[in-house]
Design a protein around this ligand. Structure first.
Ligand code: ADP
Ligand code: GLC
Length: 467
């Protein structure tokens, strides 16, 4: 099949979270299965230095305004990626916000990206079987495709598949936007995610568990009725793991590589990291997290839980992330108070995220909701036992202790007491090396390859083509 993949982030080029990993993972799996895939992403300021092989220009109208973009073509791992260049809209270092607030012109920025994608196909004779969009940033491409189908035959065979990586990000903006974005005027606020769900031929999200959750409120954030209406066209496809990038036996970011059954390298990674961050090299478990620091990830109760728990245990905690200052300030305060047990690294650091995955004994994911989650999947491969709240993709990927096939620890309620209980359970488990190692072994043996996901996307595309 010929597939146009529309993404607002892509691992190796621009990343704020798992969306980037997923877009690259799905693309690579489809290319390896023999499909022709062309990726388009906005050309953010950080991508200006990349040398392109060739470029094309496109011109179009949106809401009666003329726009022009260049598409600069590059290759990554043999995959063709077009960078959509528009200085005014995309030449910014951060994709969606200035560090504090979302850009006020986000609806127009991503509408231009979507319209440019559809126009590029038309003006440069790229006739896709499938256009595959990811999250609200690409919603309007589904709408513009429908508009284009009315005007010409070019897209008659093209179907739109829409993947929801996070149903909480909907981009709901004032009704003033409709006409500027070339949409039918309406008096209600404009919800971009909703437009994608309505206009796509097939939709999916990134785990079965989260799909179930989206069929009712409050998880659906107001869109449960719409998900129910589209239930027959709505599936769950679990994300995978790029073991080429995330494997402790050949991870170039680690000071020592390792694999089951010899985990000496893992111990070396743990001690190296603790030395870097002045945590004493005592025989205690190290709990780690790498995360966007937002309410989704459970920081409202994680921080008070750690506050209580660190007073009762000698275990150590190391967290890395960037995000909301109300949480990062509290994390700095916590680390200052328990300086020989707790460390907070504020930053977005790819090599360090690998080093932390390898160094931890347990990985914390107390998310309020989690469409899929990738870090628990990476943790399993690195022998770092995940402690997860039983929700969405976390529930689908981690088997709970004490079952025989357990690969991690679950807790149910998003509150301090349930989390502290899980931490106490983990401390005890750490002191039972036989049990702990057996769980590590089972987790490390799991395989969440993108190939499996790729096969399911292929079936989804085929079902879209039959419509
Ligand atoms: P989400 O997409 O909701 O943020 P996921 O678990 O699906 O959650 O994916 C998060 C991805 O982003 C992982 O690859 C993780 O390693 C990466 N990540 C998150 N925060 C950081 C950070 N501060 N530095 C480096 N990588 C990070
Ligand atoms: C979103 C979700 C996360 C998921 C990722 C990739 O950012 O929050 O759970 O793993 O997308 O699909």
């Amino acid at each position: 099949m010929r597939i146009l993949m529309l993404c607002s982030e892509y691992e190796g080029l621009i990343k704020t979270g798992g969306l980037a990993d997923a877009c690259r993972g799905i693309t690579k799996a489809l290319v390896e299965a023999g499909h022709e895939v062309q990726v388009l992403i906005p050309k953010y300021a950080t991508l200006y230095a990349l040398p392109s092989t060739h470029w094309e220009s496109i011109h179009f109208e949106l809401g009666a305004q003329p726009y022009g973009c260049a598409i600069r073509h590059i290759k990554q791992d043999g995959v063709g990626i077009g960078l959509v260049e528009h200085h005014q809209f995309f030449q910014r270092a951060r994709p969606y916000d200035d560090g504090e607030q979302g850009y006020a012109d986000n609806p127009l920025r991503f509408a231009v990206f979507c319209k440019a994608a559809i126009e590029w196909c038309h003006q440069h004779q790229f006739q896709p079987d499938i256009i595959h969009g990811h999250d609200w940033q690409t919603s309007l491409a589904a709408v513009y495709l429908r508009q284009a189908k009315i005007k010409s035959d070019f897209f008659q065979q093209t179907r739109f598949v829409f993947t929801i990586h996070n149903g909480a990000y909907q981009e709901i903006v004032s009704a003033d936007w409709y006409s500027q974005l070339g949409l039918q005027p309406d008096s209600r606020p404009l919800n971009l995610l909703q437009h994608g769900i309505e206009a796509a031929d097939k939709i999916n999200t990134v785990s079965e568990g989260y799909r179930e959750e989206l069929l009712s409120e409050p998880a659906a954030n107001g869109l449960a009725g719409l998900y129910q209406q589209r239930a027959a066209d709505f599936t769950g496809i679990l994300n995978g793991c790029d073991y080429g990038l995330w494997h402790p036996a050949h991870d170039r970011h680690l000071i020592a590589q390792y694999d089951w059954p010899d985990l000496a390298g893992k111990k070396a990674c743990k001690d190296w990291l603790r030395q870097q961050y002045n945590l004493p090299l005592t025989e205690v478990p190290l709990y780690v997290a790498v995360s966007r620091i937002t309410s989704q990830k459970g920081f409202d109760y994680l921080i008070p839980a750690l506050e209580q728990w660190l007073a009762q245990t000698s275990s150590q905690v190391l967290l890395m992330g960037t995000g909301e200052s109300r949480y990062t300030n509290a994390l700095f305060a916590l680390a200052a108070r328990y300086s020989d047990q707790c460390c907070f690294v504020m930053g977005f650091d790819e090599p360090l995220s690998h080093q932390i995955e390898a160094a931890g004994d347990f990985f914390l994911m107390p998310s309020l909701f989690e469409p899929c989650g990738l870090n628990q999947i990476y943790s399993l491969r690195y022998g770092t036992i995940p402690i997860v709240r039983a929700t969405g993709g976390l529930k689908d990927t981690v088997q709970p202790y004490p079952a025989e096939n357990s690969t991690g620890i679950h807790f149910e309620r998003p509150d301090e007491s349930d989390l502290i209980q899980a931490l106490q359970q983990a401390d005890q488990l750490f002191n039972q090396p036989k049990l702990y190692r057996a769980m590590q072994r089972r987790g490390m043996a799991k395989n969440f390859s993108w190939q499996q996901a790729g096969e399911q996307y292929q079936l989804l595309y085929q079902s879209a083509q039959r419509l």
